[in-house]
Design a protein around this ligand. Structure first.
Ligand code: NAD
Length: 486
């Protein structure tokens, strides 16, 4: 099979600082692999403290000298809408790059590019319709809120759906009037490098957007530690979030933390089983299972447990694993050989901790590349590591329950609390269980589609703070109270 290579694929990726593409000051680079062949297709500039210093200085200058932070919301919204138009206009080309770099199936990468455009359009609308409080104390005072952008926002993003997740931070930060330094994940730096031209063409002033690539412990850590960056928005693993949290404490920075998950799918015996099975397959096998909100623990009412397992495994077996650029592919190649090795180690562990009913190996017809067959373990006990730990690949566990109370106990019996999915046709039970689950987001008889005005974020080890709609604007702005005595 010939492996698709996008047009204009760069062989070197640079930082973008103060409107200029540039290499690291000391010349450091790292290699970027393509997950289908696991060979290096590009080198990328590996940012160090000096590069971060330069980027923060540019962003600070752009913030202090303007015009971006003081532009009228309508003017900023116009630039954001230009960005959305540009992303939509080149969605296929962007998706091809993203697929090449990440191994995501092309059909799904296309959807993610459109979601990225939508994030910009959405925050353009939010910013022009924003209202702030004013209070009048009759005869004595007027008090009002003066909302101000915080300053230079440090944005640190993971390798799963990178372009879309970057947009989820860039759009509200820019809409709020902040200037930014983005540090994308080292496994997948390609699509981040495409923002620079999109922003330039859309009319974003020089220095407002800065990009420094590199390793988390170097470029990421320097960004977090920089005293002129008052706020860090981070998406990634819980353990990395803990390291960043500690570093932010030194400068008392604001933080938004979107962290890992191990989200339950609870299926009661009165659920629409066809819909529940469809959704539970999509929930963990779409985006290669490399999805923070993946429904990776399925909990099933014992009355329908055997039927569920048989039907689910049979469907999982039929999922098409293949070259991510092939339009029919449903599960592509995992992002990187290191991540592949981690996922495969859980696959082996699951064989001891549960009953393998689908997958459990790489597809026989794909001897190279980071391919894993959709893997399903039944009869998994709650103390199993495959039940407790985030695998972040196409691997799912199934566990039976005998009562609503037990279902809730199992759902809540992990350190994470990002998302949950509840399937039942009993309205009262649906709400009871949804409200009892320790998760930032619950989908009842549905999955993952959400209105961007709703809160997005996790509880417990899945995160700190919530984004979405006005909440994102609140994070990137400060509300100053001004009191005037009449
Ligand atoms: P990761 O924590 O390894 O890396 C995320 C980013 O942090 C990368 O850019 C990395 O370079 C940087 N980084 C690493 N160490 C750092 C340090 N010491 N200081 C500063 N930056 C550092 O995560 P990942 O493997 O790229 O992403 C997968 C994880 O992200 C999963 O746990 C997944 O659940 C989570 N995630 C969460 C959400 C959410 O919204 N809750 C969304 C997507 C992904």
């Amino acid at each position: 099979m010939t492996h698709f290579v996008p047009d204009n694929l760069p062989d070197h990726l640079q930082h973008y600082i103060d409107g200029e593409f540039r290499d690291s000051i000391g010349g450091a680079t790292f290699e970027v692999l393509d997950p289908v062949t696991n060979t290096a297709y590009a080198t990328a500039a590996a940012g160090q403290k000096e590069d971060i210093d330069l980027a923060v200085a540019a962003a600070t200058r752009a913030f202090k000298e303007g015009p971006w932070p003081t532009m009228k919301p309508r003017e900023r919204a116009r630039v954001l809408n230009n960005i959305a138009d540009a992303v939509e206009g080149q969605d296929r080309a962007l998706a091809e790059m993203e697929t090449f770099d990440t191994g995501l199936p092309i059909s799904q990468a296309l959807g993610q590019a459109r979601r990225a455009a939508e994030n910009f359009r959405f925050f353009a609308d939010v910013i022009v319709s924003l209202t702030d409080d004013a209070f009048k104390v009759p005869g004595s005072q007027i008090n009002y809120v003066n909302r101000k952008p915080v300053g230079v926002a440090g944005l640190i993003t993971p390798w799963n759906t990178p372009f879309m997740l970057e947009s989820w931070k860039l759009a509200p930060a820019l809409a709020s009037g902040c200037t930014v330094v983005l540090k994308p994940a080292e496994f997948t730096p390609l699509s981040a490098s495409l923002w620079a031209k999109i922003f330039e063409d859309a009319g974003l002033p020089k220095g407002v957007f800065n990009l420094v690539g590199g390793i988390g412990e170097e470029a990421g850590a320097a960004l977090v530690a920089h005293p002129d960056v008052p706020l860090i928005s981070f998406t990634g693993e819980t353990t990395t979030g803990q390291v960043i949290y500690r570093s932010c404490a030194d400068n008392l920075k604001s933080m938004s933390m979107e962290l890992g998950g191990k989200s339950p799918v609870v299926v009661f015996d009165d659920a629409d089983l066809d819909a529940a099975i469809d959704s539970a397959l999509f929930g963990v096998f779409s985006l290669n299972g490399e999805r923070c909100t993946a429904g990776s623990r399925i909990l099933v009412d014992r009355n329908i447990y055997d039927e569920f397992c048989v039907r689910y495994a049979e469907r999982a077996d039929r999922i098409v694993v293949g070259d991510p650029h092939d339009a029919d592919t449903e599960v592509g190649a995992l992002v990187h050989p290191e991540h592949y090795a981690k996922v495969m180690s859980y696959v082996e562990l699951g064989k001891q901790e549960g009953r393998l009913i689908a997958g459990g190996a790489r597809p026989e017809d794909l001897p190279e590349g980071n391919y894993v067959r959709p893997t399903v373990f039944a009869d998994v006990k709650p103390d199993a590591r495959v039940f407790q730990e985030e695998i972040f690949g196409p691997v799912v566990t199934i566990t039976p329950f005998d009562s609503e109370t037990e279902a809730l106990d199992l759902a809540n019996n992990v350190k994470y609390g990002l998302a949950a999915y509840v399937w039942t046709n009993d309205l009262q039970r649906g709400h009871r269980v949804s409200q009892g689950i320790e998760a930032g987001m619950v989908w009842m008889n549905s999955h993952n589609v959400r209105d961007l005005r709703t809160p997005f974020g996790g509880v417990k080890a899945s995160g700190l703070g919530q984004e979405g709609g006005q909440r994102s604007i609140n994070f990137y702005t400060e509300e100053q109270a001004v009191h005037l005595t009449l």
